[in-house]
Design a protein around this ligand. Structure first.
Ligand code: ARG
Length: 458
């Protein structure tokens, strides 16, 4: 069988070796990047005199034809195409003859694959950052629609203090902003061309790695050929940024699961973004939210899997590095689908703001305000906490409603009972970054500025 390396071998490869060794089933999706890298390499070979203009033209035409075949699906892969690089080079050689046989001059699949994967990653991180940004747009517009609607804020999943719904939605929005920053930071570090490193040590030929890097639009070329072919930090960083993004989406998913239960009743999901039960006719299930929660496990798995593959690898290229692509591809695909589905789910769901307000208007939610009322009158907070705690306890053991107990308490004074009025507690959250209407209006402005800054960076 005609591999790229059969020269020093006698006879064919074992089938099991081929099945384990071949990366074509998954690396073929990088074909545009592989061909872009080859174009830049050929143009460089012609510039430095390692290929004639005629040969370069023939190879560039063959690369165009190969790309067209791979794009429209007419490309015929062969059993001997162990990876994408082999398939492209074989086809170019079929089309361009001897000129094609010069394509791999001064190049190894080691610098080639690192180049392909970096190009692929740069584009994908940009696309995914744009998708995260659209989801943030949805959260921002739902926050705008929410006006002054409020719901209980929770700690330990126990009702704590009321917060504006807008504030709650924007909390997720800010976490996603940090995700976009991380994805784009990872993109910046991936933006280095490894092409020209050869198998590991550079070349005796007068290659021009700087010219190739510029031609491919990379910000820089490698500084060290060994590092260039063995560095997969950019994959690990992308996987970390995607895993943390997945963890953030899982937290949103979990809330939607809870909020759509009869017990909470805070949201009604749109039919198009919910599923039914095969047995229970009344059911409407939040599968998207559950999958957003569940997919995080697989994303964390991809990160730990890659780090484990990289651990202890000696310089420079080792075939273990072929294990970089499947986790990265799957992580990107997973995040893409999850973002699209969750975005649709959040854009179309209906917030049950009456139900939220009813849950938030428990008089106990104003307990902190009662204590702060005493503090404003000069009482040390610890004492105020004890006074209000005793009133809450008295109400809980049936000595009267909290409102009556508060009204009757001399230390609190007559106006304290007003603090228990529905909607009052949330309006009293006035400090910067806080959950009430004043600071949330400021926050909305800042969030729009953040989204604009993200778009500039994209
Ligand atoms: N398919 C290989 C990979 O994904 C390409 C590099 C192969 N290099 C080699 N020396 N066998 O890593």
């Amino acid at each position: 069988m005609a591999t790229l390396w059969h020269g020093r071998f006698e006879g064919d490869s074992n089938e099991a070796l081929q099945a384990l060794n071949d990366s074509l089933p998954f690396d073929r999706r990088m074909f545009q990047d592989d061909i872009a890298g080859s174009r830049a390499h050929v143009r460089m070979l012609a510039r430095v005199g390692l290929m004639t203009e005629d040969d370069a033209t023939a190879v560039l035409e063959a690369l165009d034809a190969t790309e067209a075949e791979m794009t429209d699906g007419s490309f015929t892969f062969q059993a001997s195409d162990e990876d994408l690089h082999t398939a492209v080079e074989r086809r170019v050689t079929e089309l361009a003859g001897d000129a094609g046989a010069r394509l791999h001059t001064g190049r190894s699949r080691n610098d080639q694959v690192a180049t392909d994967l970096r190009l692929w990653t740069l584009r994908e991180l940009t696309d995914l950052s744009a998708l995260v940004t659209s989801f943030q747009d949805t959260l921002a517009s739902r926050a705008d629609d929410a006006g002054e609607a409020y719901l209980p804020g929770y700690t330990h999943l126990q009702q704590a203090q009321p917060v504006l719904l807008a504030h709650h939605l924007l909390a997720h929005g800010w976490a996603l902003s940090r995700d976009v920053d991380r994805l784009l930071d990872a993109r910046d570090r991936a933006d280095v061309s490894p092409l020209g490193a050869g198998a590991l040590a550079g070349s005796s030929l007068p290659l021009d790695p700087d010219g190739v890097a510029a031609d491919l639009g990379f910000a820089a070329r490698f500084e060290n050929s060994l590092d260039a072919v063995s560095d997969r930090d950019f994959v690990a960083e992308a996987l970390f940024a995607l895993a943390l993004l997945g963890v953030h989406l899982s937290r949103i998913g979990e809330e939607l699961v809870l909020w759509s239960t009869d017990e909470f009743g805070f949201v009604d999901l749109d039919d198009a973004f919910s599923t039914g039960s095969s047995m229970l006719p009344q059911k409407k299930n939040p599968d998207i939210a559950e999958l957003a929660r569940g997919k995080a496990g697989r994303l964390v798995g991809h990160l730990t899997g890659l780090l484990t593959s990289l651990k202890g690898l000696p310089l420079a290229y080792n075939k273990d590095l072929q294990e970089d692509k499947e986790p990265l591809f799957d992580a990107c695909d997973t995040i893409r689908l999850t973002l699209l589905a969750l975005n649709g789910m959040v854009s179309t769901l209906v917030f049950q703001t009456d139900r939220m307000a009813e849950a938030a208007d428990s008089p106990y939610a104003a307990a902190t305000d009662l204590a702060e009322h005493l503090v404003a009158a000069g009482m040390p907070f610890r004492d105020a906490h004890a006074v209000v705690g005793a009133l809450v306890r008295a109400a809980l053991v049936g000595e009267g409603s909290l409102a009556d107990l508060v009204a009757a308490d001399e230390r609190l004074g007559p106006e304290a009972a007003d603090l228990l009025d529905p909607g009052t507690a949330v309006r009293r959250r006035t400090t910067p970054g806080g959950a009430g209407p004043g600071p949330v209006a400021v926050q909305r402005g800042r969030f729009s500025e953040q989204l604009a800054a993200q778009r500039t960076r994209l």
